[in-house]
Design a protein around this ligand. Structure first.
Ligand code: IPM
Ligand code: MG
Length: 367
């Protein structure tokens, strides 16, 4: 079985962190016979500079053909004035939509060695292991009508539409319930039914599916604003949180920060599955392009490397390899090796490529 991987490094620190991912993939090819072929394409601002579009048709068709897409990051001040439909983020949104990657899994896991990197008290985050399941191809991100209308006399109207149909809610809720069964068996569904009809529908569809198919899983409903507050107050009350595209965007940034560093968090965006293997999938770090630290060799590559571990798990069904990689990363942290973003007083601060070296050397120790 050989796999086709498409790497889209993108902008900012994207290329720096993806370089370390490339090295890790090659370690797996060489040491444990992964047989993954890597191809490269452009996305985001760099693609705009070269092709006047945030993602080219060639890149799109390569993405569709590949078994997994590994995405770096897009955007930066350089492209602030690009026409809206060609802004760097449009490349990512098109990938999500055209590959129908409706399920975005964002785990927030606190590595024991990093409890002190969090802004929250140790007892609040120690042992934290939650996952946000964010709907990714619907809601206000894609709803019509949208746009800016000129109403005359200097007055304008900006419009976006929050819209969900039953089947979209059911399929994302299904992913959340299935996942919960393999974890701690609890789903928290989050919306704003007190203000929005789309939230009311969300609530009703999740409840209906729960009654029909998943009554063995504990289900709780929580308004999205309260959910944000509860995440900061006592995050360990959660197991799986399922929510829409916009609330998921916000709640996953909050959850990310709980763990100490955005530089540690991976994500998977998944489409349809056949026999438990996701045939369309994109993996990306939750952090963005961080143009302020671009080119300095200090970016943390661990979120991207952990995203590759998710690809091993969900796209290639190589669970042992995924566990091996996660264990190697945890050993690196236990050894006190840190990039700047997760450093503490007694840790050794290392560069992006030294972090890649450290992961590879811990991998080699483990086999
Ligand atoms: C994310 C990002 C994206 C989003 C941007 C870059 C379009 O914030 O993946 O969370 O809003 O979905
Ligand atoms: Mg976001």
């Amino acid at each position: 079985m050989s796999y086709k991987i498409l790497i889209l490094p993108g902008d900012g620190i994207g290329p720096e962190v993806m370089k370390e991912v490339d090295r890790v993939i090659n370690w797996f090819n060489k040491e444990v016979n992964l047989s993954a072929e890597i191809e490269y394409e452009n996305v985001g601002g760099i693609s705009y500079d070269l092709n006047k579009t945030a993602i080219s048709e060639e890149a799109m068709s390569l993405a569709k053909e590949s078994d997994a897409v590994l995405f770096g990051a897009v955007g930066g001040p350089k492209w602030d004035n690009v026409e809206y439909e060609n802004r760097p983020e449009a490349g990512l949104l098109r990938l999500r939509k055209d590959l129908d990657l409706f399920a975005n899994l964002r785990p927030a896991l606190c590595f024991p060695a990093l409890v002190d990197a969090s802004a929250l008290k140790k007892e609040i985050i120690e042992g934290l292991d939650i996952i946000i399941v964010r709907e990714l191809t619907g809601g206000i991100y894609f709803g019509e009508p949208r746009g800016i209308e000129d109403l005359g006399s200097g007055n304008r109207r900006g419009i976006n539409t929050q819209v969900y149909e039953s089947w979209e809610i059911q399929r994302i809720a299904e992913v959340a319930f299935e996942l919960a069964r393999k974890r701690n068996n609890k789903v928290t569904s989050s919306e704003k039914r007190n203000v929005m009809e789309s939230g009311l529908l969300w609530n009703e569809e999740v409840t209906k599916l729960h009654n029909e198919k998943y009554s063995d899983v504990e289900l709780e409903h929580m308004l999205a604003d309260n959910c944000g507050m509860q995440l900061v107050r006592w995050p360990k009350q959660f197991d799986v949180i399922v929510t829409d595209n916009l609330f998921g965007d916000m709640l996953s940034d909050v959850a990310a920060m709980l763990t100490g560093s955005l530089g540690m968090l991976p994500s998977a965006s998944l489409g349809k599955a056949s026999n438990g293997i996701f045939t369309n999938a994109l993996y990306e770090p939750v952090h963005g392009s961080a143009p302020d630290i671009e080119g300095q060799g200090i970016a943390n590559p661990l979120a991207s490397i952990l995203s590759f571990a998710m690809a091993l798990r969900y796209s290639f069904s190589r669970i042992d390899d995924a566990n091996l990689l996660e264990k190697a990363i945890s050993n690196v942290l236990e050894a006190g090796l840190r990039t700047k973003d997760i450093s503490t007083n007694d840790s050794k601060v290392i560069s992006t490529s030294e972090m890649g070296d450290a992961v590879i050397s811990k991998l080699s120790e483990l086999i």
